[in-house]
Design a binder for this molecule. Structure first.
Ligand code: NAD
Length: 284
């Protein structure tokens, strides 16, 4: 197993993406600390891993509160003898445009996405440095961090900020053998999240629970070059790769996009139109 003996702290462990990442890390032997401000999600994630034969504990923690972050890293170290992996994924969605976003809501979103990743990275790194056995940090981004998307100003800005946070922290921590990378998910298939919520025995209102959003996701699926939306477990396998010292030991400051080709797609090409046929275009 690729992560045998490693201790992984994962933030934002709803049954969707971060729960899926936590389960994939555990399947490769990592001991998991499931962290969420919602204790139901943190506890259910840890219980599911333990019931499946893995090792996991949970921590109810608000990523914006430094004392709680310090306490969570201490709890991980006491339970499992240190911290080797951190995956920052806690998020609050608040889809508003520049003109509609009240400043207190903007600040709250920046606090969760950017300050939360800052606090957890800082205190996990201090623990990793003290241990002296390197480590791996992954920040979860989004395709919305790379492209202009109207109506989601707080999220797109914070996620974009995490890209260069990742690069800068990767440089700062390189002397300690701590690798820092980001992982870019995109619009995500909701079926696996719903199945995970059922398996965990909890209520989960998936963001795509409404007919509107389900329709939107189907439209999005059609323009993904690979014609599929990724599942949380697809991100989890990529996270395992980034955390594995034998597979990714020379990778730091990198963004791994698990997006079915979305980011690389030329803006003028729509996969629904089939391959570009330049012969049919009028000559200038
Ligand atoms: N779902 C998608 O389609 C998608 C696409 C691209 C990127 N992402 C990214 O993947 C990650 C996971 O997304 P998701 O859709 O599974 O998210 P989600 O909304 O299902 O889960 C986010 C979790 O963060 C927790 N949280 C919120 N505020 C917190 C705080 N202050 N402290 C601790 N925990 C807090 C919530 O309780 C929740 O469990 C996020 O970083 C998100 O930006 C998601």
């Amino acid at each position: 197993m690729k992560l045998e003996g490693k201790v992984a702290v994962v933030t934002g462990t709803s049954p969707n993406i971060m729960g899926g990442i936590a389960e994939e890390l555990a399947a490769e032997g990592a001991k998991v600390v499931a962290v969420d401000a919602n204790p139901v999600f943190a506890e259910a994630c840890a219980r599911s891993i333990s019931n499946g034969g893995g090792s996991a504990i949970h921590a109810e923690c608000d990523v914006t509160r430094e004392p709680q972050v310090i306490e969570t890293i201490a709890k991980a170290s006491e339970a499992f003898g240190g911290v080797d992996i951190l995956v920052n994924g806690a998020v609050r969605q608040n889809r508003k445009s520049l003109l509609a976003m009240p400043v207190d809501e903007w600040r709250a979103q920046v606090d969760i996405i950017l300050t939360g990743a800052f606090l957890f990275s800082k205190h996990a790194a201090l623990q990793m440095i003290e241990q002296g056995r390197g480590g791996s940090i992954i920040n979860i981004i989004s395709t919305e961090a790379h492209q202009g998307n109207p109506g989601n100003i707080g999220y797109t800005t914070c996620k974009s900020g995490l890209i260069n946070f990742t690069r800068s922290v990767a440089m700062e921590l390189s002397e300690h053998g701590i690798r820092v990378n980001s992982l870019t998910p995109t619009a995500t298939d909701v079926h696996e999240g719903r199945e995970r919520a059922d398996r965990w025995g909890i209520e989960w209102l998936s963001p795509a629970g409404t007919a509107n959003l389900t329709g939107l996701l189907e439209k999005r699926r059609q323009i993904v070059p690979l014609q599929k939306l990724p599942r949380p477990s697809d991100y989890g396998k990529a996270a395992v790769f980034l955390c594995s010292d034998s597979d990714a030991g020379m990778i730091t400051g990198f963004d791994l996009r698990v997006d079915g080709g979305n980011f690389s797609r030329y803006w003028g090409w729509n996969p629904l139109d089939g391959p570009n046929d330049w012969k049919d275009l009028p000559r200038q």
